[in-house]
Ligand binder design. Structure first.
Ligand code: CTP
Length: 401
């Protein structure tokens, strides 16, 4: 259908980038990016008129999104000469629009395109040996200025290297060394660094990429005062174990897994430094609060859970209640005490779900006067239930009686 619309408009249309790369890697990818040699907005609008989809357009970039009734989306971009701006020093010889579009991309593995026009349907376009590099499992930039053009590509390189188990080509690796030496990253805003960091932390297993960032001395790009200690690897591995444990047990519960890793990264940063880091990276307020006050505040709770020889279930509950899953998992990941880990796990698997049936209304009916005694009574009932002293609703009434 996309190809027919393209033919109708006399455009060439291609599916490009990650989708094609992942097809060759036998990996699922639901992000479809289409590039047309022509006006992408006209293409998307014509398609939508014909097939009853919606279109969202960005005039400035000549891009559009086709939105299907079930929410499925296709991104459409225009491959047109006037959109390309290269550093002046880069020799740009005569190229077709699609070749030019591919040439401005980050790595050869991302430069594959498959044509969609019916009479050439399925034709693979591979100007820069992307297919060979996928086969050889190697990441290469297209030209020496790639990281000058966009230093965030260094983060992308390490992310793809670990995600796909590829190696970084020799020249590309020395270009990364050069980018580090020349401090290309100074030009990047905190916001862009944060975006890349979050993408890394959202990977299935971010730990190896973080360790690679450390190899290249790139963690200081996040913030020069980021305090990294020898226990980083252990902490990251521990975070992975904890989130995997959680995800296996609580398949339906959603939470922001990446924030657990980020808190682990911040483990040795004090409150002031963390505030500075959050402000530099423009971290959203709700996350900033979790990364600063909350994360540092749980030190007290952790100490109790680690040090106390004996502790009741009610005490564990009262130490941990109210904390979000992310913070609970961070606590589990950051303690080295097995007994503290067990106590937190007990809270998360059982205690946090314990409730009582008795309410303020019941207390009124029993003749109690509203006031501080009310909440203390309810708390005492809950504590007794947590500690296994009472079980049923009847028990709750007997307990008060
Ligand atoms: N791209 C680039 N330079 C960047 C970011 C992106 O050249 N700094 C190009 C890549 O070639 C990529 C395309 O833009 O194919 C889209 O990038 P992105 O949305 O990040 O998609 P993917 O490469 O598929 O990455 P992911 O699998 O993580 O979604």
């Amino acid at each position: 259908q996309l190809g027919e619309v393209a033919d109708h408009l006399n455009f060439n249309a291609f599916v490009v980038g990650g989708f094609v790369r992942d097809m060759f890697l036998y990996r699922d990818n639901e992000d479809i990016d289409v590039v047309v040699e022509g006006n992408g907005i006209t293409f998307a609008k014509t398609f939508s008129r014909k097939y009853g989809t919606r279109t969202h357009t960005h005039q400035k970039f000549g891009t559009a999104v086709i939105i299907f009734p079930d929410g499925f989306k296709i991104d459409v971009a225009s491959a047109r000469m006037e959109y390309y701006q290269f550093p002046a020093s880069l020799p740009v010889v005569e190229m077709s629009s699609i070749k030019m579009d591919m040439f401005r991309r980050d790595f050869t593995i991302n430069t594959l395109a498959v044509q969609l026009n019916p009479n050439k349907f399925g034709r693979l376009i591979d100007f820069f040996s992307g297919q060979k590099d996928i086969k050889d499992k190697v990441l290469r930039v297209l030209h020496n200025l790639s990281f000058v053009e966009d230093p965030t590509r260094v983060f992308r390189a390490l992310r793809f290297e670990q995600r796909f188990g590829f190696t970084i080509g020799k020249l590309t690796s020395s270009l990364i060394d050069n980018a580090v030496k020349m401090e290309f990253f100074k030009r990047l805003s905190g916001k862009r660094v944060y975006t890349e960091l979050v993408l890394i932390l959202k990977e299935e297993n971010p730990a190896p990429t973080i360790m690679r960032l450390l190899d290249y001395d790139l963690l200081r790009v996040i913030h020069p005062r980021m305090k990294i200690e020898k226990d980083l690897k252990r902490l990251l591995d521990s975070a992975k174990k904890v989130v995997d444990w959680h995800d296996l047990l609580f398949i339906d519960e959603t939470y922001e897994r990446w924030t657990v890793y980020f808190m682990v990264l911040l483990r040795h940063c004090d409150l002031k430094t963390t505030h500075e880091i959050c402000s530099h990276l423009t971290v959203a307020p709700r996350h900033a609060k979790m990364f600063t006050e909350t994360r540092i505040g749980v030190g007290k709770q952790l100490m109790s859970l680690e040090r106390r020889k004996r502790i009741t279930h009610a005490e564990i509950f009262n130490l941990l209640k109210g904390f979000k899953t992310e913070v609970i998992l961070y606590m589990m990941a950051s303690t080295q005490s097995e007994s503290a880990k067990k106590r937190i796990s007990l809270y998360h698997t059982q205690l946090r779900n314990v409730t009582i049936t008795i309410t303020g209304k019941d207390l009124l009916a029993m003749g109690l006067k509203p006031g501080p005694l009310f909440s203390r009574t309810l708390q005492a009932v809950l504590d007794a239930k947590l500690n296994g002293q009472i079980k049923t609703r009847e028990d709750e009434f007997t307990f008060i009686g």
